[in-house]
Design a protein around this ligand. Structure first.
Ligand SMILES: [Zn+2]
Length: 297
């Protein structure tokens, strides 16, 4: 054994370890477990070529995919009170925030707002960052949705909100729940101005987010396979003691049950939203009057 372990094994290891493997070259699809080349995956908008799974993407990538030519301007968001309840569970809320901001940028929170054009039409997009504390909606996120709505009204642009969230931010307690009516008011402001309000439900849209602004859109779109619901499937099953149907709380299930208007693959999103905005903002010319009875005859 000693000859094998002392002599042969180090030689084999030396040969094997000589090939440096670049990091992040491959990524495993969480759906079908196929190894995907990172570069190809990105070119395919982070959709698995093998099983069609729409992988979760960050807010920056979302904006890039939605806006024409990937061009947009991000806006500065209003500052809000941090840690109003001086909340602490296993760790301080402020520490959790600092950690998330270290990863995403100083002063950041779970929503990014930008404006630009989608399908040629002026649009303001508020995109949730699931990587930032689960995209949870606290004071800052609520304020961001309101800021987006105000900007849309100011620019006479459509408002498009893209939730990707686990729900309310429990570290802000009731103040976080207050963001539900506040975001509804934001949506109403846009509607009252006669501007389109579109929501693109992405994986996952759950909890307080699904119970507020996300469900009151003029047109509700969803990405294929996205989990959309209020309480988790396991909690519901345990409560009602019944097996839930196949595909429950998935985008396609919601489409079948009238909660979603369209399920749109990521590659078709920009064109689809552009077409919808066109129909909402430039209705067909009403030029031709209805034929009179004599003409019809
Ligand atoms: Zn896959």
């Amino acid at each position: 054994m000693s000859w094998l372990t002392n002599y042969v094994l180090p030689k084999i290891r030396a040969v094997v370890s000589k090939k440096p493997v670049p990091e992040n070259l491959w990524q495993k699809c969480p759906g079908c477990e196929q190894m995907l080349l990172r570069r190809e995956l990105e070119a395919n908008l982070d959709v698995c070529r093998n099983c069609g799974l729409h992988l979760r993407i960050d807010a920056a990538r979302r904006l890039e995919i939605l806006f024409d030519d990937g061009a947009f301007s991000r806006i500065e968001l209003p500052k809000t009170v941090t840690d109003p309840l001086r909340f602490r569970d296993r760790r301080r809320y402020t520490d959790r925030l600092k950690e998330a901001q270290a990863a995403h940028g100083a002063g950041r929170d779970a929503v990014v707002v930008a404006h630009g054009r989608v399908g040629g039409y002026a649009a303001v997009v508020a995109a949730f960052e699931f990587g930032f504390m689960g995209g949870s909606m606290g004071l800052a996120a609520g304020e961001a949705v309101l800021a987006a709505a105000k900007l849309a009204v100011l620019q006479e642009a459509a408002l498009i909100v893209v939730p990707a969230s686990g729900g309310a931010r429990m570290q802000e307690g009731v103040l976080s729940l207050m963001q539900m009516p506040r975001t509804i008011i934001a949506a109403d402001t846009v509607k009252e101005a006669g501007l389109p309000y579109i929501v693109l439900l992405t994986d996952p849209t759950t909890g307080g987010v699904s119970a507020s602004f996300a469900m009151v859109a003029d047109i509700a779109l969803a990405e294929p396979g996205a989990v959309i619901g209020f309480a988790g499937a396991r909690v519901i099953e345990e409560t009602i003691h019944e097996k839930l149907p196949e595909g429950f709380q998935r985008a396609e299930y919601l489409l079948d049950h009238g909660m979603v208007d369209l399920v749109v693959p990521r590659a078709e999103l920009r064109a689809t939203i552009g077409r919808l905005l066109g129909l909402l903002r430039d209705p067909l010319p009403t030029a031709l009057p209805a034929p009179t009875s004599s003409e019809a005859a």
